[in-house]
Design a protein around this ligand. Sequence first.
Ligand SMILES: Cc1cc2nc3c(=O)[nH]c(=O)nc-3n(C[C@H](O)[C@H](O)[C@H](O)COP(=O)(O)O)c2cc1C
Length: 270
Amino acid sequence: MTLNIDSDSCNRCGICSTVCPMGVITPANKTTPPVLPEKKQSACISCGQCEVFCPPGAITVGNPGRKAEKGWNGKDMPPDLLDIYLKSRRSIRNYLAEPVSRDTILSLLDIARYAASGGNGQPVEWLVMEDREDVKKVAALTIEWMQTLVGTPHPMSGYIPSLVSAWDAGVDVICRGAPHLLFAHVPEDNPMAQVDGIIALTHVDVAAPAFGVGTCWGGFVAMAGRSHQPLMEMLHLPKGRIPLYAMMFGYPRFKPLNIPERKPLSVTWY
Ligand SMILES: Cc1cc2nc3c(=O)[nH]c(=O)nc-3n(C[C@H](O)[C@H](O)[C@H](O)COP(=O)(O)O)c2cc1C
């Protein structure tokens, strides 16, 4: 990866080499700016820490000429506001028919690009179902998969009869009538990527209310997406990639107004 260092604006503070998680940047001295030696380039994970912490903004990672984007200023977000925002996140299971625009969806997914990922691997890609009819098909295929589990030792088999009878009565207990469904998909041969996918989806989940969008994790759909051939065929992911998890989303029909009780904190100080 290319490290672009503007030696005129570099103040030789040495922070870039201190923060580099891979220790590949030779620190600056009075006469020379910091260097990423050629033989260490392959060890650089392009995480951008050198760029992030550079006081004069003398380093960028990536294309030469790329301008560093200013980060959060450390103000304007009182902890109390963040506390109430995060504690107010709720699963939404009743949606308006109004679709979420592609622009809004892209804004949410763009935020998830900045999620942590092991070794900065950024393995997560997305499949967005925009059409409510497709979401309904996914729900139907998930029910179809559930029916194959009845009478088996599968841990979910006990819940299935009630879910299926609700479905038969016309209640979408799977996708909750959501207008959209989001799948995070990851390489099947990279177990670390599974954690990355959940972190990325969590970013979407947490960011969504700020855009007026409601979400709900789709556990049943996710399980079916990895086990039920007809659903796998419908998703038609690129070869070598598996659907990691699913999330329903859309505009909430009801606004979450109150924060429910949760278990008390359990912390061991060591
Ligand atoms: C991994 C995971 C899978 C979930 N799967 C479903 C699901 O299939 N259907 C559903 O209605 N809710 C699902 N949920 C939502 C949980 O039921 C919900 O998060 C929990 O009841 C707490 O409520 P809250 O999200 O409003 O705080 C899932 C949540 C998680 C984290």
